[in-house]
Structure formats: C-alpha cells, structure tokens
Design a protein around this ligand. Structure first.
Ligand SMILES: [Zn+2]
Length: 406
C-alpha cells in the first residue's frame, strides 16, 4: 500500500495534467496521518491511565528507561492537534512529552514518579461517533522489577481491541434524543413545604406541574422524546428513578425539585451535578452489585477481567460527569432568562438520584418554596413556560455540541 502511494505521489509530482493532480489529492486524503484530538490522564484505585483520543487505529510499541524513570511509547506517526492543556501529569505520571521521533514514528515519553509497569495497553474501537482511544494503564512495581525490565519491549500487554456491542447501543439508532424528566418526591413523600408566611403547594405537586410543561415544550420541537419517571402523585425510590434513565439509555436525565430554607428571603434556582469525590465509592458499589456489562450498555465486556471492567466503568463515569457538567453550563445562562438564580448557581453534591453512571444527569432546584415570590411564580403558567423553553434551548445547545462535534 505504502509503495503504491509513493509511486502515485512521484507520478503526481512529475505530472502536469489537472486530472492527475485531482486524483492525487484524493489519494493523499486517503493516506492521511492519524490525528490525536485529546490526551487525558486519570488516576484511580492505584492505577494511572493515559489515554489518546485518535481518529484511526495506530500501531504501538512500549518500553521503559531508567534514571530518570520513563515509559516510552512509540506509535505510528501522528499529527498533534493542539497543546492538549499542558503536559503535566497526574498519579504516577509526573510530566509527559511527545513529538515526531523519526519518519513514520511518533514518540510519547512519560516521566514517572515511581517505578511502574505497563499493566495494559489497548485500543478501544469508536462508538457513538466518538474517536478511537489508545489506552495505557500503569501500575506500581518494585525498583528492582523496573530495572530488570528496562529497554525490554512490553510484551503483548493486551490481546484484543475492545469492541462495542452495536446491538445493545440503543442511542446510536435513535432519530430523536431521549430525555428522562424526573419530578422529585411524590405519594407519601411531599418533599419541601412552603414556609410559615406562605403556604402554597408542596414540592411534589409543583415539580410535577413544571415537569409536564417541560415535557410538552421538548416534544413540541420534534427533536426529543421524553419519559417521565412519574406522571402522577406516586412515590418512587431514588435508585428507581435513575434506573429508568439507565435502562432506556437516555441521552439526558433531569431531576426536578424545589428547595426550602429557614431564611424566607432566600430565593433562586440552582443546578446540581454529582460531585466526583462522592461518586467514586458509589460507582464501585454499584459495579459490585449489578451486572457489569449491563452498566456500560453497548460494550462487550464478557472476556475482560474484573479489573478492566472497573476501569472501563471509570472511563464511562468520567465522561458522563464531563457531559453532566457541560449540560449544567449550557443550562445556567438559559435559565437565567427565565428565573432568578442563586449566587453560584452550579453546585455539586453526592446526590443518589444522579448516580446513573452512564447518563448525563443534573438536578434542578427550581427555587425556594419558603420564599413567597418563588413559590407563587413557580405555580404560574408563564414562569413554567419560560423554564421549559430554557431547557429546550439548553438541550439544543448541548446536543449540537456533543453529537456533532464528536
Ligand atoms: Zn426535592
């Protein structure tokens, strides 16, 4: 193949006919150098993971060097698209460098803080329009073991590329995005009540009415399908709510609440996302309880070890958290046009209902029922319509960015 391309190129350089040049242009496009679009590093449970997002499959060879201790990764020649937000590492990686090593080979050097071994290296096939990923996992080892392995190529750290199971991937077959709206509380759990000075409707009623308005507005666009976790006054456990979003592989989960506080003057809306610290333990516990391949729907994990499964879960979780934060950032400026926001309108907390693991999720506190104005406004059709439109606009922005850019 390479020879053929070289021949065509030579021919082109000597050629004078426009037709040939055009043909050459096509050939060159086909033989394009792989492009790295992002570099990510994470540390989780005693393992440091280094990830390249890349637009095609690449070849790789890995070895280590001592004094100073480094992990060297030689890959097919690639194009580095930007500075990827700096070269500072995390976990066992202190810093990293990369560049063209020689014609046809790019090199990445990881300066490590401790003696490490390459536990695994593998490629993940693209799914849902995302790029290929080249993944390297580093684990601690003894100084002695590190030194014995120096300069020796890391032997087949992994046998196979992980292939997403297309049949299970409901999301990729959809024409409309699926949004799950979750009106909080219900049944014997009224949620927050209004303050002493203003006794309006309980939270469970307010949020159901607002959720219905949001559902209507989203569906009217023709771009979204909406499922409500409850559409009547019924109690639902928190886990059951996020399970609905997970089971249907929703594209977005929005839990809707209304707050209360001692001080009746405090008002305004807040958008909550899950805080990372609280979610790690939860994700691990969830993984232990449930069928692991079910958690990351769409990925065939049958032949992977438990260890790799937990890493993949971690990868999905991080991605979900990034998407959740991204939606929160899209929602806030739109919401500001509809209602008053609290100072610091984006907050993070270990909210159980947001622990859906693979569905981008936010919890929206519409305002304070203990504030007379908030309570009154939230029951007004006009405010409900404004909130609904804000969510439609935010969803439009979010999905355009997420699914077109990838
Ligand atoms: Zn609530």
């Amino acid at each position: 193949m390479k020879q053929v391309i070289r021949k065509i190129l030579e021919y082109c350089l000597g050629g004078v006919l426009g037709v040939i040049s055009l043909h050459c242009a096509t050939t060159v496009v086909l033989a394009k150098t792989p492009e790295v679009s992002a570099i990510r590093i994470g540390h989780y449970r005693g393992m440091t993971r280094f990830v390249l997002d890349i637009n095609q499959k690449i070849k790789y060879r890995i070895f280590t060097l001592a004094n100073p201790d480094r992990v060297v990764i030689d890959i097919s020649e690639v194009k580095w698209n930007s500075n990827y937000g700096g070269a500072k590492g995390t976990g066992y990686i202190n810093r990293y460098r990369f560049g063209l090593f020689k014609h046809g080979t790019s090199r990445i050097v990881l300066d490590v803080t401790k003696p490490v071994r390459v536990a695994r290296a593998f490629m993940i096939k693209p799914k849902r329009g995302k790029s290929w990923r080249f993944v390297i996992d580093l684990k601690r080892t003894s100084k002695k073991a590190f030194e014995t392995n120096v300069k020796k190529p890391v032997r087949h750290p992994v046998k196979k590329t992980i292939i997403p199971n297309q049949q299970q991937d409901l999301r990729s077959h959809r024409t409309k995005k699926l949004i799950v709206l979750d009106p909080g509380h219900g049944g014997h759990d009224p949620g927050n009540l209004g303050g002493r000075r203003y006794r309006g409707f309980p939270e469970k009623t307010v949020v159901l009415i607002v959720a219905r308005a949001i559902k209507k507005a989203l569906e009217r666009t023709g771009r979204y399908r909406v499922i409500m976790t409850r559409n009547r006054d019924v109690f639902l456990k928190l886990r059951a709510r996020s399970r609905i979003a997970h089971a249907r592989q929703a594209d977005l989960f929005i839990s809707i609440h209304a707050d209360s506080i001692k001080n009746p003057r405090i008002r305004g809306a807040t958008v909550y996302t899950l805080s990372e610290k609280a979610s790690d333990r939860e994700a691990a516990a969830l993984a232990a309880r449930e069928n692991k391949s079910d958690i990351i729907a769409g990925m065939d994990l049958d032949e992977e070890t438990d260890q790799v499964q937990s890493i993949l879960i971690d990868l999905v979780k991080r991605e979900t958290m990034n998407l959740s934060n991204s939606f929160a950032n899209d929602l806030i400026p739109q919401l500001r046009k509809a209602v008053i926001l609290r100072t610091r309108p984006h907050r993070a907390a270990g909210l159980i209902v947001l622990k859906g693991l693979d569905v981008p999720s936010v919890l929206l506190e519409l305002g304070y029922l203990t504030n007379a104005r908030d309570a009154r406004l939230l029951m007004q059709k006009q405010t409900q319509r404004k909130i609904a439109n804000a969510i439609v606009r935010a969803a439009d922005i979010f999905f355009n960015k997420t699914y077109v850019a990838n």
